[in-house]
Design a protein around this ligand. Structure first.
Ligand code: ATP
Ligand code: MG
Length: 775
């Protein structure tokens, strides 16, 4: 049996796991031990052996990138078409399910997905309409309340009204649900809950899927929350005879803050009478020093199930540690090191920059951007979150669904059409009292404002008519013209970047069409009630054998599909698809992935571990697990870095290095900067000084490593009256963003030399020039 190419390279425990009979099983093992590989190989093996059909498997994971990775690994193993297979993220699979059964789920066919920004603005509108105080009902917290309730499976009527505050929150939750229903939109938690409820309440449908999915597999099981576990049980309940294969690592549980329950592992074992708990102890990913660092660090946690991890790969290179004087210096150092690695033959996509919070990426992004190094940011919805892109998407959404009030409000007066706040208030009142959408209520507003509103609605309706049957690319191009967005940004001073982003949207659509196989000449399907799109879902009562297959039942216009993609996918557009690009992401979104070289930046107390977690031991243990996840992403090289100062959220922070450094084995580390407290000198510092002497960013790139120079006497930063310091990122209304290189003089005489990238180097008199520090 070992001659089977699929099984040849597995160790005995992995082999046993892959070839288990179709019974519930739990694989519990540390990072890099091959859990995901086992899961993927098992799918391939079951298919190859004919134990299951491609339609019989459902495999779930957490991030888009991990899901893609799984599909890539699978198609490399077997010549199967993975397109129709139910392998994806929880949200992705729910979306697919609800697209197929929109009618049963009580959704409009072209329902759209609210991202977190849209959700926040939806909640703000309700708070305002209800005349509630935003101080008492902080919109962000309200969205957490709603998401939290949904993740507990609770609808407004199910929430216990403990006190007056909760009662009000529930009232908002209720209004929010009505608003979403009216607008035909769903948020992320709703995707899950809606699917769960439909499965729970519709016997034939449940029967169909339970019969269909003979194998259900969940990767990263430690991070499932209550609803996800209950959801899984709907598709494959205990005792039904399906094979449920769960894979996880308690040391990598990093979503407790969002309600993930490591306890699900114990529940699963008990409820499914799991007889096969398989442990994998050999790590195939990382060299010894990296693994030693990971093992020793996680050893500081007390609440663990306890697992071992060893490698046969030898110690490899030491883990490199670097201290910088500023976040800017850190970014420069990272940049230089990346170039070095790349010259040494490592692909850029094999280099990951990890950070604890999204806000940290900006400095590094701008260093990479200025140096012309392609990079991609994952997990932040970056591209699709840019204002101009959101405006364009709003127009597209209105083409797809005129009753989408969120989109309506976003662009009704953008570009300006003389529709003021009062007109909009009147319109909202009219819509509220009649229970209709804004689009439907336009007729109720009189006067000049009403006429302008009617003109806007006519514009959108005309766009819909004119783009009917066009390709996605043509639809977007038409919309950009007709909406006035392009003209608007052409007249704007800083508009060029925005136009480029809008053009990028066309590229994104093009890439999407190619990738998803909609075909260049695909014609948009009608989205009205009577189009062919409704056929599959109009099938007569869903007797067990008549339930539409989700693959064939899933009919969506390319536009609707693209809009869904825009809400579900992280912004993949900084680098073009397929381009070799450095990978930037938070530690959370790096879960399950691996890279040749990994940089973990911002290892400072308050940042990593995060300040919210410092005061309680559960929080601290979660941060440590997060750090364990970060370290174990690296195959060959690992860099840990921290900076004495950092600009975050508009403030300069003075940092102490992370406590995690004290929890790492000294023998595995190599300090590239002298290990000392306070404002040291060292490589990063010299580097920065060399830079400050005027080498400039542009000339440094490609010039190779700057020779370290003798350290200058330590500079203890004092806060001067203008509040600026060298290395600081600043904004100037004319020249845009730049970096302070030199500061001279005092008081009225103070001057700064600033590198404005595109506008070059400038000397500015600080008593005149308005420079604002950039976050
Ligand atoms: P994580 O906990 O980070 O998700 P994991 O347990 O899922 O890790 P995998 O990603 O499946 O681990 O495997 C880690 C690496 O080790 C992969 O590159 C995988 O191909 C490799 N690997 C796993 N098993 C073997 C093996 N038996 N022989 C060679 N390489 C292996
Ligand atoms: Mg994995």
């Amino acid at each position: 049996m070992h001659d089977d190419p699929l099984l040849r390279n597995l160790n005995p425990e992995q082999h046993a796991a892959v070839t288990l009979p179709a019974v519930p099983a739990l694989i519990l093992a540390g990072a890099g031990s091959g859990k995901t590989r086992v899961l993927t190989t098992r799918i391939a093996w079951l298919l190859q052996q004919g134990h299951m059909s491609p339609g019989g498997v459902m495999a779930v994971t957490f991030t888009n990138k991990a899901a893609k990775e799984m599909l890539t690994r699978l198609s490399a193993m077997l010549p199967v078409s993975v397109r129709g297979m139910w392998i994806g993220t929880f949200h992705g699979l729910c979306n697919r399910f609800l697209r197929a059964h929109w009618k049963l789920a009580g959704l409009p066919q072209s329902f759209q997905i609210l991202d977190s920004g849209d959700q926040l603005s939806a909640v703000k509108r309700i708070i305002k309409a209800k005349n509630l105080d935003e101080e008492r009902f902080v919109p962000k917290q309200v969205t957490w309340f709603i998401a939290g309730s949904k993740e507990e499976g609770l609808r407004p009527r199910d929430v216990e009204l403990r006190d007056a505050q909760t009662a009000k929150l529930v009232e908002i939750y209720e209004a929010y649900e009505e608003q979403c229903a009216r607008e035909g939109v769903v948020d992320f938690a709703e995707l899950m809950l809606r699917t769960y409820e439909l499965m729970r309440d519709n016997d034939p449908l449940r029967e169909h899927y339970q019969r269909r999915f003979t194998h259900v597999m969940v990767d990263e099981f430690q991070d499932t929350n209550r609803l996800q576990y209950a959801w899984m049980k709907m598709f494959a309940p205990p005792g039904r005879g399906q094979s449920v294969f769960a894979v996880g690592d308690d040391d990598q549980s990093i979503y407790a803050f969002r309600g993930a329950q490591v306890g699900n592992m114990a529940d699963f074992e008990r409820e499914y009478h799991v007889e096969h708990v398989i442990k994998l102890e050999q790590n195939y990913r990382s060299f010894g020093n990296i693994l030693d660092a990971a093992n020793e660090l996680i050893g500081h946690n007390s609440r663990r199930l306890g697992k071992n991890l060893r490698t046969e790969a030898g110690p490899g290179e030491p883990v490199r540690v670097v201290e910088s004087t500023s976040d800017f210096g850190e970014a420069q150092w990272v940049l230089e090191e990346i170039q070095q690695l790349h010259r040494g033959g490592i692909d850029r996509k094999e280099i990951a920059l990890l950070y604890r919070s999204n806000a940290q990426s900006r400095v590094i992004e701008s260093a990479l951007f200025n140096a012309g190094i392609p990079y991609r940011v994952y997990g932040g919805l970056r591209f699709f979150e840019r204002a101009e892109v959101k405006h364009a998407l709003a127009y597209l959404r209105l083409i797809e669904n005129p009753n989408d009030d969120t989109s309506f409000l976003r662009v009704v007066n953008f570009p300006a059409r003389g529709i003021g706040a009062r007109t909009i208030e009147q319109l909202q009142d009219a819509a509220r009292s009649s229970g209709r959408s804004l689009h439907q209520s336009v007729g109720a507003v009189a006067g000049k404002g009403g006429a302008n509103l009617a003109a806007f609605v006519a514009l959108v309706d005309a766009m819909r008519e004119r783009t009917h049957g066009l390709t996605l690319r043509e639809i977007i191009e038409q919309m950009l013209q007709a909406s006035g967005l392009l003209d608007f940004y052409r007249t704007e001073k800083e508009g060029q970047d925005r136009i480029e982003n809008l053009e990028e949207l066309v590229n994104a659509a093009e890439a999407f069409v190619t990738q998803e196989g909609f075909g260049k000449d695909a014609v948009a399907l009608p989205v009205d009630e009577h189009g062919p799109g409704t056929l599959a879902n109009d099938a007569p009562a869903p007797a067990a054998d008549r339930v539409p297959d989700a693959e064939t039942g899933e009919i969506m216009s390319p536009l609707a599909a693209f809009l869904t993609h825009a809400s579900l996918e992280a912004g993949d557009n900084q680098a073009q698809a397929g381009q070799d690009a450095v990978q930037l992401m938070t530690v959370h979104s790096a879960k399950g992935l691996e890279f040749d070289a990994v940089f973990i930046t911002g290892l400072e107390e308050g940042l990593f571990p995060h300040e919210n977690a410092l005061s309680d031991s559960d929080g601290l243990e979660e941060e440590r697990r997060l750090m364990y996840v970060a370290i174990t992403r690296a195959r060959q090289r690992l860099y840990l870095s921290f900076s004495q100062t950092r600009m975050l959220h508009g403030q300069t922070r003075y940092n102490v290095k992370s406590r995690f450094f004290d929890e790492l084995p000294e023998h595995a580390l190599k300090w590239l900067t002298p290990r000392q407290q306070g404002f040291g000198s060292g490589y990063a510092r010299e580097y920065q000084q060399a830079w400050q002497r005027g080498a400039g960013m542009g000339s440094m790139v490609g010039a190779g490593r700057i020779e370290p120079r003798p350290a200058a006497p330590a500079l203890v930063p004092k806060a001067p009256s203008h509040g600026l310091r060298t290395g600081q990122a600043v904004f100037h209304t004319k020249f845009g963003e730049g970096v302070v290189l030199t500061l001279e003089g005092q008081g009225d005489d103070a001057r700064a030399q600033v590198n404005f990238g595109r506008h070059g180097m400038k000397w500015l008199a600080l008593s005149v020039a308005k420079l604002t520090p950039v976050e």
